[in-house]
Design a protein around this ligand. Structure first.
Ligand code: FAD
Length: 383
């Protein structure tokens, strides 16, 4: 694995870094308080080509490799995890699934809009009764003439109320577990689909997280993406790559913790000297720095494996597990460096800690990552 960035990768990182410093960091605290990022940010992400990374240019994408995608995701995570998540879901989970599994018609219909930011996607897997045990989902799509009628409900859906299309997972067969699940692309305006925003989140407040209710939602048979009964494979392949983007976002968040802690420690004086001079404060800072480096290298390894066509699912779980736990540790350590001021939302570290906390929960909790890694290593599947 070559740790030297190519000119193209370095350029895309510079572009993302400048954009985040100029357009995101100055607004992140206000968006958090308002419980909504400025929706114009989606179009900006599209104009810069970020929403089309890794998607072929013939479908409106901007090409690029997975390391470039990880670099952009890291920078967005450094600026605001709410913005990072909007892109990780719309591009990482939805557009990439359309590119990988969609028919020519589905690619032509959705990819140009998703890549430009004219449309946003959401990923409808989790239900009120099924989170970690996603294969037990109960939303049902019943064949009716030349289409399907879908009934059920989804919860915790990122971009839920903003999305134009839902990548929806529903049971089409009588087979239990993952075998009976198919995936559909459901336009958000389809009659019978209602959405309600979930308020009161600990973090990621700028993001629209929603409950979806499906009551007699009729879609044509052509809305199915991937083969019938292979919906769980669509979901798992999306999440395997998606975990890399969560990991990259966590690296960025941890980097923001490091930058904030170093900056504050150099300015704040106690006992007649900047607190940076106290060795126990240096310990907090060096612990953050080690976590940032380790998480970044694990994340880059996943990108490298994807780009070279090597197996990457376990590496992605390792990176997601480490980086998400590291993000929580780093934010906690940064808050410690800030002392009481860290507890006040005038300073950035409280938000970083609130935003970090969800990373060990979504796209597979830390416990589920450990089970996936353990199963891959032992060959014994115990869930
Ligand atoms: P549960 O599965 O009920 O787990 C509860 C606890 O039990 C956890 O600690 C878990 O690790 C543990 N546990 C469960 N099973 C086992 C086991 N076999 N062994 C050991 N421990 C176990 N979902 C989507 O589909 N799309 C989205 O866009 C999306 N966005 C989200 C955004 C936010 C802000 C949040 C909070 C969630 C989002 N989710 C989304 C849902 C997320 O993926 C689930 O919350 C997650 O998978 C965990 O499911 P759960 O919350 O039902 O917890």
């Amino acid at each position: 694995m070559n740790l030297e960035l190519s000119e193209e990768q370095a350029a895309v990182r510079r572009l993302a870094r400048d954009f985040v410093d100029r357009e995101i960091i100055p607004n992140a605290a206000a968006w958090d308080r308002a419980e909504s990022v400025d929706r114009g940010i989606v179009r900006q992400l599209g104009r810069l080509g970020f929403l089309g990374l890794t998607i072929p240019e013939e479908y409106g994408g901007s090409g690029g490799d997975h390391l470039a995608y990880a670099l952009v995701t890291e920078e967005l995570g450094r600026g605001d995890s709410a913005v990072r998540g909007i892109l990780s879901v719309s591009l990482g989970l939805v557009a990439k699934s359309v590119a990988a599994w969609g028919s020519e018609e589905q690619k032509r219909e959705w990819l140009p809009r998703l890549c430009s930011g004219a449309a946003l996607g959401c990923f409808g897997l989790t239900e009120p009764g099924t989170g970690s045990d996603a294969a037990a989902l109960t939303t049902r799509a019943v064949r009716d003439g030349d289409g399907y009628v879908i009934d059920g409900g989804k919860t915790f859906i990122t971009n839920g109320t903003w999305a134009d299309v839902v990548l929806l997972f529903a049971r089409t067969g009588e087979d239990p577990g993952h075998r009976g699940i198919s995936a559909f692309l459901v336009p958000a305006g389809t009659p019978g689909l209602t959405r309600r925003e979930i308020h009161g989140k600990l973090g990621l407040r700028g993001q629209a997280t929603a409950e979806l209710v499906l009551d007699g939602v009729r879609v044509p048979a052509s809305a199915m993406i991937g083969p019938a009964g292979k919906g769980f494979a669509v979901a798992m392949s999306a999440l395997a790559k998606g975990r890399m983007s969560v990991a990259a976002g966590c690296v960025g968040l941890a980097q923001a913790c490091l930058d904030a802690a170093v900056g504050y420690a150099g300015e704040r004086e106690q006992f007649g000297t900047p607190i940076a001079g106290h060795q126990l404060v240096q310990e907090l800072i060096s612990d953050i720095a080690v976590d940032v480096d380790a998480a970044r290298l694990l994340t880059w390894r996943v990108a490298d494996h994807i780009d070279r066509g090597l197996p990457f699912a376990t590496e992605s779980s390792v990176a997601k597990l480490y980086a998400s736990e590291a993000a929580v540790r780093c934010a906690n350590n940064a808050l410690q460096v800030f002392g009481g001021y860290g507890y006040i939302d005038e300073y950035p570290v409280g938000k970083l800690l609130r935003d970090a906390r969800v990373m060990t929960l979504y796209e597979g909790t830390s416990q589920i990552q450990k089970l996936l890694i353990g199963r891959a290593l032992t060959g014994v599947g115990a869930f």
